[in-house]
Ligand binder design. Sequence first.
Ligand code: ARG
Length: 246
Amino acid sequence: MGTVWTGSPASAADDGPQRVVGGTQATQGEFPFMVRLSMGCGGSLYSPTLVLTAAHCVSRTGNNTSITATLGVVDLNSSSKITRKSNYVYRAPGYNGSGKDWALIRLSSPITTLKTLPIAQSSTYDTGTFTIAGWGAAREGGSQQRYMLKATVPFVNDTTCNSSSMYDGDIIPAEEICAGYTEGGVDTCQGDSGGPMFRRDANNAWIQVGIVSWGEGCARPNKPGVYTQVSYFAPAIASAAASLGG
Ligand code: ARG
């Protein structure tokens, strides 16, 4: 998971070295479903044995015992961290580097002490203000973080995100959802990939609407973060999860 770095939403004209201001530290237990993966990505606890992450964080579908998931802590060096090895990876069918950026990682044994993060089943929540979190870089080109950072970013609609001043047609509208400030300054970054973008639902519970996927640089003006649109893939994710045993 990347670092959430927040630069000061300074003036749009300020494209000098960005200053990390936002991205405050998450508090212990605030986002119990957050997962750090050993290849340098984030993830979310989808079920007691499954972690939802990005396809670009994994290599292929099949048995895989090489990934370590760390859960239950804000501080990755904490002695109270929970760890699990993977035993299987499922990468989105048809993934070729563009869109379809989701994958499931099955853990060697269930995590029964942490809350899972439900995924959005419809586009109802694909708007508003989203929370992003992770251990990725706190600025473009920066190092991975020991402590989980968090920030909030506003929804950017597909038309705006695909406009010539932003991604100029590179967004796949059905499969991707953008979020960030026009002026930049707050974003996910390298190492946050695979982690969730989430918000509150009608019952005030957290619900996942995105998976950290890509962006041009980090927190640059007119370059919002691009996230896998979870609601679009919800049926495929659910059937893959069922095939993996839940
Ligand atoms: N692809 C990056 C990763 O592997 C995530 C980049 C997110 N970038 C952004 N500007 N939101 O960690």
